[in-house]
Design a protein around this ligand. Structure first.
Ligand SMILES: [Zn+2]
Length: 446
């Protein structure tokens, strides 16, 4: 069969047994170890575990032995790490375990870094590659093999790859293509992002990656060790990494991040209520006074902002769904803003404990975060919302309209804040009208 004929085979024509899959028991009895009988006469037809028969009648014993190891043996320890294609579309690289690289180039003799192939005939790795490529063929014909591995059923292995496409083979045989893999430092970052979703104390990705381990529980320390072990495995085995990415999807990671943020918002307001009820001492559970609750909320807004930046601007966030990040970030930020604008009063007015502060900068959450006490801190939440695409803002226009009324009706709202808020709403409406003409949104959301 020529390369052209081979290329016309659809994946459904390809046999379902996969030489690349190493799961499941061998279908033939184990073969002798190559070291125990290196020169024993071997038949001129070699049959693989998948039922493919290879004609090696022109091979000498040594070459037959190599072919047999590459094509038949389940325990030959030859495994693909990842593969790639040169830009010119003429060369393919296969990086195997033990730092072996097989190079297949159109119209050239296949090469292997193990060095054996340079002497005489192909090495076991090249025969293994021939076996991988021919494993997609039906098993009804004997497949002639060239001694140097330069033909599989009369077609050059590189031509076979070229005609069908490396990605087709990769999909069928579960190969990992180099382009799908992140760089080493990105891989470490991505593994940490993925594993943070199960962190026992609910750490956010940035916290999980932090070097500061002083406050960590035993479980969290252990979990970090676990991450190190998984990272080592992922570096060794790209296929393992890709399986992880398919399990802990970026969508799941994003949803998990904002679920944790929502939990922390609940906790912050609950702790404020506890403090208002019980004062600074004798608390049954965590308490936060107004000033510390404001600090906590500011840190949460900052954590959301950092997550957005990482997702939208860095390589590490490339796999995240920007639109989902923005949608969930918008919802959670507006929730915080809504809660704070509802707390424009002296939280300690009805306190029955001690002598609460009478200074609005210490007893009014609104004053702390939006009002006069916040003047040097930028525009609380609004700084992030201004940076979002108009469709995200428009989605919350009803809630934002209600918040605007509250802001307008209190003299404690700084004019700069109110003006920026109105501009945000007006801009999102204007951009809605002109969206079809293309928007100048800072973030790519359309
Ligand atoms: Zn080799």
């Amino acid at each position: 069969m020529s390369a052209e004929q081979l290329s016309k085979l659809s994946l459904s024509d390809m046999v379902t047994t996969r030489a690349g899959s190493r799961t499941g028991p061998p279908q033939t009895p184990p073969q002798d170890s190559p070291t125990s009988s290196p020169v024993s006469p071997t038949p001129s037809i070699i049959e693989s575990v998948n039922g493919h028969r290879y004609d090696v009648s022109t091979f000498d014993d040594e070459l037959r032995r190599r072919a047999k190891i590459g094509l038949v043996k389940e325990d030959n320890n030859i495994r693909m790490r990842f593969c790639g294609e040169a830009d010119d579309g003429q060369k393919y690289f296969f990086h195997l375990e033990d730092d072996i690289t097989v190079k297949l180039e159109v119209e050239r003799v296949p090469k292997c870094s193990c060095g054996v192939a340079q002497n005489r005939g192909a090495c076991k790795h090249i025969f293994w590659m021939c076996g991988q490529l021919s494993s997609v063929l039906p098993t009804d014909e004997t497949i002639p093999l060239a001694q140097d591995g330069s033909t599989v059923r009369n077609a050059h292995p590189a031509s076979v790859l070229k005609s069908k496409g490396l990605d087709q083979f990769a999909e069928h045989l579960h190969w990992v293509i180099e382009d799908d893999l992140p760089e080493d430092d990105e891989l470490a970052d991505e593994i940490a992002n993925m594993l943070s979703v199960f962190e026992p104390s609910g750490a956010l990705p940035a916290e999980f990656k932090s070097e500061d381990t002083r406050e960590l529980s035993v479980e969290s320390r252990m979990y970090r060790e676990f991450k190190t072990i998984l990272l080592e495995q992922a570096v060794q085995c790209p296929a393992f990494y890709l399986r992880l990415t398919r399990l802990i999807t970026s969508e799941f990671q994003v949803k998990r991040f904002f679920a944790e943020i929502n939990k922390r918002i609940d906790r912050a307001f609950k702790a404020l209520d506890v403090y208002i009820e019980t004062g600074p001492t004798n608390r049954p559970s965590e308490g936060l006074d107004v000033v510390n609750c404001a600090l906590r909320l500011n840190r949460l807004v900052q954590a959301i902002e950092e997550y957005r930046n990482e997702s939208l601007e860095s390589d590490a966030g490339e796999r995240r769904d920007d639109e989902l990040v923005e949608k969930l970030a918008g919802a959670v930020l507006i929730r915080i803003l809504d809660e704070v604008t509802r707390r424009n009063y002296n939280a300690y007015a009805n306190a029955t404990w001690g002598v609460p502060s009478t200074n609005p900068r210490e007893n009014n959450l609104f004053v702390c975060l939006i009002g006069p006490a916040s003047e040097d801190q930028g525009l609380f939440v609004l700084d992030s919302l201004q940076d979002m695409a108009p469709n995200v803002i428009r989605h919350h226009s009803v809630d934002l309209g209600d918040i605007e009324v509250v802001l307008r009706n209190t003299p404690l709202t700084p004019p700069a804040y109110l003006n920026a808020f109105r501009t945000l709403l007006q801009d999102s409406r204007k951009r809605a009208a002109s969206q079809s003409a293309g928007s100048s949104a800072k973030r790519p959301m359309q």
